[in-house]
Design a binder for this molecule. Structure first.
Ligand SMILES: N[C@@H](CCC(=O)N[C@@H](CS)C(=O)NCC(=O)O)C(=O)O
Length: 218
């Protein structure tokens, strides 16, 4: 399988964590979100993912899967252990809810194309952009703080789909100076993730395409 990846992408980070947790090896092709106006907008990539977003996972038969959570559900079906979605139906629903609170309701508001639109089309300045990022990230993290019950991962002793979404969102918050002081539960989970080998291996800083690119990709 071939993962279309970008080191700082929160959504790609999720898939890298899931792959590492399951011990699934993939080839990777890096899609630089800033270089050349954004490689994700080039026709070659849009043929694979018409949304122009990373990640995408190309299967050996050429089928391309998009959307990080759909890709993770595919990996779960491909290799069920370790479970990323708990067997217990209530815990599964709660874990999915936490994951979706990040992936659907928080992360998109800080995405590159959203923030770029604010800057270039709506002519918002630096302070307004910082305010926007901080407002939506904080609102999302505050909700998450109420949704999880760390032990030390979001819903138990092992990481699941909720942790897979939480760690990249915490990375985003730290990167943009969004304070976590008010969120002790999130800090507990973030600390557990920071010590887990799969999360360490998947971290943006550990990726071969990591660079010091200027600009603010998601
Ligand atoms: N819901 C999608 C989100 C994917 C997404 O937003 N990817 C970002 C990087 S985290 C991206 O490719 N942004 C490019 C852009 O905004 O132009 C998923 O979970 O896969």
């Amino acid at each position: 399988m071939l993962l279309y990846d970008y080191f700082r992408s929160s959504a790609a980070f999720r898939v890298r964590i899931a792959l590492a947790l399951k011990g699934i090896a993939v080839e990777r092709r890096f899609v630089h979100l800033l270089r050349g106006g954004g490689e994700q907008k080039q026709p070659d990539y849009l043929r694979r993912n018409p949304q122009g977003l990373v990640p995408a996972l190309e299967l050996d038969d050429g089928v391309v899967l998009t959307q990080s959570l759909a890709i993770i559900e595919y990996l779960e079906a491909l290799k069920p252990e370790p479970r990323l979605i708990p067997d217990d139906p209530v815990c599964a629903a709660q874990s999915r809810a936490a994951a979706l609170a990040i992936a659907c309701d928080t992360h998109p508001l800080g995405n590159l194309r959203v923030v770029s639109y604010l800057e270039t089309e709506l002519h918002q300045g630096h302070d307004a952009i910082v305010n926007w990022r901080t407002h939506w990230a904080t609102l999302g993290l505050a909700a998450l703080e109420g949704l999880i019950r760390p032990a030390p991962f979001c819903f138990g002793r092992e990481p699941n789909i909720a942790d897979i979404c939480l760690a990249p969102q915490v990375f985003y918050a730290e990167r943009f100076g969004v304070p976590l002081d008010a969120f002790p539960k999130l800090r507990t989970v973030a600390a557990a993730c920071a010590q887990h080998p799969a999360f360490v291996a998947a971290h943006p800083a550990a990726q071969p395409d990591a660079d010091q690119a200027p600009g603010q990709a998601p």
